[in-house]
Design a protein around this ligand. Structure first.
Ligand SMILES: Cc1ncc(COP(=O)(O)O)c(C=O)c1O
Length: 362
């Protein structure tokens, strides 16, 4: 299903409720959280960076008088993914990568596969590019049919695993989207949250493909801004050419290097395995409550469908729990809620609150 929408983003810098199709594309999970609520709305996975990372970041503060240099960070990223340096660009979070993409290219027909993280669309519209949406469907477990993407699309953006559906698209489905003259952008912000990083294109040298990675979720450094791009060297060169100078701060560059080291990779793998176990507790508990879980979740968050979802979400807030509203994602309504996977104890508390909320609203 394609949802063609008018050109430039009409919601102003903040988006507000005036975003295309009435979606507030600038709404993110952090807006659903408030002091005193247990946070199952934001997908940052650690409450704070681990001690070894904090130490590295803190040690870098003495160097703040010098302009930053991301060379060591880029080397670490290249080594982690087995790519040459000219296929790597360290960025100030994945969010900067979307902005660079929107300004480096002039797509005639950009397509975004939704529901997905909305900042790529905000960036494209903000740069004045027309955007159309291909919607995956709940009836099909939010899987992507590559034939649904129009042949005329010269820039295609897809998330893998996708936020908020938690669906992991097969790498072969993504490869099937490659075409001469087309740029395919795969947002792998949560790829390191799945043991073994299956279906990732991060190590594949494919013409026309850009992979965007974030380090902010796994390592609890959303406030620091750290991510990177991997891809076709000609495309990466275009992003590099327009990246503002010193875009990645010294502490962020230090964090990128640290998080791409061998020990961090092992720790990420252990965190990912734990998240899988915790997700089973959450999904089983939801199914016992008769709640519909979308698709086949693979990421450290899940999407659920609840009749009267908005009332349930608000009741959950009264009971002390924040979940992420779904209706700001194109293709979803207020009956969809996204729930972050937390530790088993937190999940049990949440399931008790949800049981109560469903009774109260029902
Ligand atoms: C799918 C997805 N991609 C990218 C980002 C942004 O990542 P970063 O914090 O690295 O800018 C987010 C943040 O929520 C996200 O959910």
């Amino acid at each position: 299903m394609t949802d063609d929408l008018p050109g430039p983003f009409d919601g102003g810098p903040g988006g507000g409720s005036g975003g295309p199709g009435g979606h507030d594309l600038r709404h993110h999970g952090d807006s659903d959280v408030a002091p005193g609520l247990v946070d199952l709305a934001v997908n940052v996975r650690l409450p704070s960076p681990p001690p070894w990372l904090r130490e590295r970041i803190a040690a870098s503060l003495g160097d703040l008088a010098a302009y930053p240099d991301a060379t060591e960070a880029a080397n670490a990223v290249a080594a982690r993914h087995g790519r040459p340096l000219d296929e790597v660009l360290v960025t100030s979070g994945a969010a900067e990568a979307f902005s660079l993409l929107a300004h480096a290219f002039r797509p005639k027909h950009a397509v975004i596969v939704h529901p997905q993280f909305t900042e790529p669309e905000v960036a494209l519209r903000g740069a004045g590019h027309p955007v159309s949406r291909v919607l995956t469907s709940a009836d099909d477990g939010f899987r992507l049919n590559p034939h649904a993407v129009p042949e005329s699309a010269d820039l295609v953006m897809v998330g893998n695993p996708t936020n908020p559906t938690s669906v992991l698209h097969p790498a072969k489905t993504l490869r099937a989207l490659c075409r001469p003259g087309r740029v395919l952008v795969v947002d792998e912000a949560f790829a390191d949250a799945i043991p073994g990083e299956p279906e990732s294109l991060a190590a594949e040298r494919l013409n026309g493909v850009i992979v965007v990675r974030s380090l902010t979720k796994t390592w609890g450094i959303a406030g620091l801004r750290a991510g990177y791009v991997l891809g076709d060297s000609a495309l990466v060169a275009r992003l590099r050419a327009i990246q503002p100078p010193w875009s990645v701060s010294t502490p962020a560059a230090v964090a990128v290097a640290a998080c791409c080291g061998a020990e961090a990779a092992l720790e990420a793998e252990a965190l990912a395995a734990r998240a899988e176990r915790d997700r089973v507790v959450l999904v089983d508990g939801l199914r016992e409550l008769g709640v519909t879980v979308a698709g086949r979740p693979r990421a450290p968050f899940i999407l659920v469908n609840v009749p009267d979802g908005e009332k349930v979400r608000l009741r959950l807030r009264e009971l002390g729990y924040a979940v992420r509203r779904g209706d700001t994602f194109p293709g979803l309504s207020t009956d969809w809620l996204r729930i972050a996977v937390r530790d088993a104890h937190t999940i049990r508390g949440f399931l008790d609150a949800l049981r109560q909320a469903l009774i109260d609203v029902g």
